[in-house]
Design a protein around this ligand. Sequence first.
Ligand code: MTE
Ligand code: MO
Length: 312
Amino acid sequence: MRFHPKPGWLIPERDATPESHWLNRRQMAAAMGLAGLAHPLLAQTDPAALAPLKAKRTISLGEDLTPLKAVTSYNNFYEFGLDKSDPSERAGTLRPSPWTVKVGGLVHKPLTLDVDQWIGKLSLEERLYRMRCVEGWSMAIPWIGFPLAGLLKAVEPLGSAKYVRFTTLNDPKQMPGLRLPALDWPYREGLRLDEAMHPLTILAVGLYGRRLPNQNGAPLRLVVPWKYGFKSAKSIVAIDLVERQPLTSWNQSQPSEYGFYSNVNPDVDHPRWSQSTERRIGEFRKRPTLPFNGYGEQVASLYRGMDLAKYF
Ligand SMILES: Nc1nc2c(c(=O)[nH]1)N[C@H]1C(S)=C(S)[C@@H](COP(=O)(O)O)O[C@H]1N2
Ligand SMILES: [Mo]
């Protein structure tokens, strides 16, 4: 579906403008009414209440981390509303356990993961990554997860598999925002196979030493640190190897604003605002944005010979 952004166009302070703020707060609140009935015991929005995870630390950043409080209360998760505070206030209706993820498509050995079982068996790594939202804010977060590459190797992609499609939960009982057409649901994302296999691409199951809070995409979400935040799909239920570049929710809704690649690139502006600087949450002064979000040394070679203004 196609929609027409409106007042957001006029507001220069993009930090204050959700990516598709065309539904007004009253409509949203009405549609979300049921979410208020979530049983407090189901709510897992308080990270302190979540099970701890053991992980070895593999990649550090050499810069300050964004405080846990900000990481878990300033979020984008449109299935729970358009405002940054909505996910932490409303995602208590999400039930992240039990949870299965189907991995299939063009593979020799499709499998269904039981996330709880997997978390017990996997060797998890803590990785400190920068996240950069297309709206111009950023965070530095200690994620806990495992490289997606290992999972993809396990299912043995066919030679015809060229892309990976991620599909997230589509249950309006758990995610009341799905009742509104903010995006073409379910939220879908995609990567080229070599991007998906890159060692920096992880499936995260935790942050700050705990299981993922619901608002951050429990129980399993993608983290692709050199791309704008929307590529890092939350609450994934299916991973499919496919032959053609998959349609993704943001690209489908606003192709001129959100490209398939969406590599962080200070030289390619969003049509409505510059992408050359960012505001690290908790800081006042803006920072210059780095190509590939500072991961150019590791990932620039994936795009050698490509016109990154065309394939933005
Ligand atoms: N399913 C789903 N995944 C999503 C989103 C969403 O609305 N739904 N928002 C994306 C956007 S725009 C960003 S910036 C990051 C934010 O992740 P965080 O809240 O954990 O920082 O999640 C991404 N993943
Ligand atoms: Mo974002």
